[in-house]
Write a new protein. Structure first.
Length: 67
């Protein structure tokens, strides 16, 4: 899934706003990190929310690597 597609889906599912997506994309360009990292760094979503969202999209169980 491309970063643009991920961002569009997060906005569509109302997990982030379009403004938050734009800010995260700008952060992504500056830092060179992926979009998920930029969204988490800005505090718009956390790692668990992104993991659960992707798990649902791909219909795969989410795992917790801390366990």
């Amino acid at each position: 899934m491309s970063a643009n597609r991920l961002g569009e889906l997060l906005v569509r599912e109302k997990l982030i706003s379009l403004q938050q997506l734009r800010e995260a994309q700008n952060e992504q360009k500056k830092s060179g990190q992926n979009l998920g990292f930029a969204l988490a760094r800005l505090g718009y979503v956390n790692d668990e929310e992104i993991t659960n969202f992707l798990s649902t999209q791909y219909r795969l169980p989410a795992g917790n690597l801390d366990d």
